[in-house]
Design a binder for this molecule. Sequence first.
Ligand code: PEP
Length: 245
Amino acid sequence: MRCVVANWKMNMLWQEAASFCEAFMGGYTPAEGVQTAIAPPFPWLARTSQEVRSKGVRVFAQNAHFEEKGAYTGEVSMAMLRDAGCTGVILGHSERRTLFGETDEALTRKLAAARSHGLLPLLCVGETLHERDTEQTFAVLKRQLGILAEAGAGPLWIAYEPVWAIGTGRRADANQIREAHQFIREELRVLMGEAGEMTPILYGGSVTPETFDEILAIPEVAGGLVGGASLDPGKFLSLVQTAQG
Ligand code: PEP
């Protein structure tokens, strides 16, 4: 299975999002074996879901809280995401880890909460440039994936996103992607047994329509988590069509 996910981050007013949906859905044809998802900002989850669900495009949130409900001003629960039409949630994006102090402990609870509400967690892992330069890449990936040891069985997608390649125009080279994906696959086998064999591992970090073909050809790469290029409906459509072959 291949997966292509648009991460809009904190971009798009509703008029822009609506235009995106119209243009993208106008050209989109579903294909067997390829899942497409869009992760808009919270206020547009329900409306985006209404625009795209007829053709099976999934809507993911970019984050959520692990608590069920209560006095957590500014937070959004997994149940609310379900109510808004989401079927998945991005967890542990590097921007959440570095800018908002998201910890592995919180992610462990978020993962469990997502699954208990029937949401597919898309867990992001990846090293900073300093960590790569000091040869800590595999140790970092191992630590970030370690939360799966407590998570038990359940659906999961992983995105390998080297932090230095996100939004920088500088994507990892084929060798770096292959090594990291193979390492992640090995870890998933150890942590999850047979289920670790089937878990899709996406690559994220300055993916463009020009480079996606080459990235998809790398062993263990099951698709892409795309930021910048996913804001343009033509580019995102082209990425999805590349994944569809
Ligand atoms: C991302 O936000 O997950 C991402 C990979 O962004 P970009 O494609 O812009 O590097």
